[in-house]
Design a binder for this molecule. Sequence first.
Ligand code: P1T
Length: 379
Amino acid sequence: MGFATKAIHAGQEPDPSTGAVSVPIYQTSTYVQEALGRHKGFEYARTQNPTRLALERNLAALEGGYAAHCFASGMAAIDTILKLLKAGDHVIVSENTYGGTYRLFESVLKNFGLDFSYVDTTEAANVERAWNEKTQMVFIETPTNPIMAIADLEGIGTLTRKRGKRLVVDNTFMSPYFLRPIEYGAEIVVHSTTKYLNGHSDSVGGVVVTIKPEDAEQIGFLQNAVGAILSPFDAFLVLRGIKTLAVRMRQHDENGRRVAAFLAEHPKVVKVYYPGLPQHPQHERAKRLMSGHGGMIAFETGTLAAARAVLDNVRLCALAESLGGVETLISHPATMTHASIPADQRARLGITDGLVRISVGIEDVDDIIADLDAALQKA
Ligand code: P1T
């Protein structure tokens, strides 16, 4: 079955009681039992909900996993994955991740005895070098947010498999339409469903996809024990969004390439970070691992004043955090999404005060380019 067919049908049988084609929003907190211990597989809505279950089955199918569990946010999903570990364990992490991921690791989970090393995951050798006897997990974001570095998924996947430890990949930027990390050795895939999967900037959520029954069982246990579940209404919205994932991603990719090419030629732009450009340092790897490059672009304007001029003068592009929606969003990583990363570290990673990030939407691309061009003239 092709991807688009799976996106529309996997996990979504017509409702058995009514024939409804769309999975209904089962807005209930509990389920009546026929007799003590006799029920239809649903006992309490933190534990199971039919709308959430349909989405979970759909996402497991799209990522090629065994099971999926949906959470109230991407951060809740990432937090739950880390709860597979125990105090004293060590995790190797991509040095450039979403600022909230870094904050969760450094300002919350470190206090519970987990230890983190941050390395450049474009080279598997860096992961190998950071490995110690306590290492239990490698956590990769690819492409990284916002610098768009492409991890050596094949090399790192081989390493984690050889050592029998978990490789976790945050696949939020690519969506399973362009990249399925399980094919390269990931045992766990996580998404902020808030982004491309939902795709319409009207829901916050997260998902953890697992390939091993024992991991699926443990994530399910934690989902129920900790309780950061996705609501039935949000599950419905994400299911609805995923039906058009394939067509949306194709358009994000087409528009992304056009905007990146425009920026790369613009005299006011110092540097463009987009894996689809031939000058991107991992362009060949991106072409090999991913079937498209998507709509995420970062570009360097040189100074805070220039970045501010662009951000303050766009009219169509919306100045906002987040990404992956049908509308173009533009942001300033240093003061917005990545403000929780210390300034010296930001500078080392290239998250300068002049850096601007765009999540290219699926509007008419000429309108997006005209808006950026007009704003750049003011820079
Ligand atoms: O926002 P939430 O649904 O909790 O997801 C967190 C998250 C996880 N992983 C990646 C790669 C992300 O980009 C995010 C959230 N990112 C933004 C809000 C942003 O504007 O980059």
